[in-house]
Design a protein around this ligand. Structure first.
Ligand code: G6P
Ligand code: MG
Length: 211
């Protein structure tokens, strides 16, 4: 392995609750049922695709313009909530593991569907830390399409076969597999049949990468 590509939300830090609040506010306004279980389905899924999942419970049909406005409205609420994040939202475990991986000489990159990636990295004090960032701003197809990871590999100038993808979402493990990457899965990502390594905790990466 030469490079490690990390998903952001659910791996490096936890923004689930903010996504949930922001989507819930929009869903309530539109009178659409939304719960934590539906929120789980949004992991790794782009903003517009997430909106489509939420609208599955709607009885109304909306135009593309209306949908764009809904996504924008949700993002404004979400961005406001992100302002609460600080360096305290980066755990000692994640920080220590990242530093140790860097000491071992791996290239470190981000592969996230989020268009707010840079904003979040700044909030948690990881601005400028990664060798490359591939995110929602440089892709047109969301996970499970491998585009975001293929771009990350390209940005660090390594072959997918030499990169390990770290993910919490099944869609992310699927994307890694389709792109020819090995993967390390946390939490729900264990359920995917193609996950290469199952991590109980983030720091297990140090053990897995010794082999
Ligand atoms: C991450 C999250 C998803 C979110 C997506 C887009 O992958 O896991 O839940 O929908 O990013 O985020 P954005 O910040 O661009 O709305
Ligand atoms: Mg994730």
């Amino acid at each position: 392995m030469k490079a490690i590509i990390f998903d952001l939300d659910g791996v490096i830090c936890f923004t689930d609750k903010y996504h949930y609040h922001a989507w819930k506010q929009l869903a309530d306004k539109l009178g659409i049922y939304f719960d934590a279980e539906i929120n789980n389905r949004l992991r790794g899924v782009s903003r517009m695709d997430s909106l489509e999942i939420i609208l599955e419970k709607s009885t109304k049909q909306y135009s593309q313009e209306e949908k764009d406005a809904f996504a924008e409205e949700k993002n404004e609420v979400y961005k406001n909530l992100l302002q609460q994040m600080s360096t305290a939202d980066l755990s000692d475990e994640v920080r220590g593991t990242l530093n140790e991986l860097r000491n071992r000489g791996y290239k470190l990159a981000i592969g996230s569907s989020s268009k707010n990636t840079k904003r979040i990295l700044k909030q948690i004090g990881l601005d400028g830390f990664f060798d490359a960032i591939s995110d929602g701003t440089n892709i047109s197809k969301s996970k499970p399409n491998p585009e975001v990871f293929l771009k990350a590999a390209e940005f660090v100038d390594e072959d997918p076969a030499d990169c390990l993808v770290v993910e919490d979402a099944e869609a992310g493990i699927e994307a890694a597999f389709r792109g020819g990457f090995k993967s390390a899965g946390i939490g729900e990502a264990h359920n995917h049949p193609q996950v290469t390594y199952k991590l109980e905790k983030f720091s297990d990466l140090l053990r897995v990468l010794r082999n």
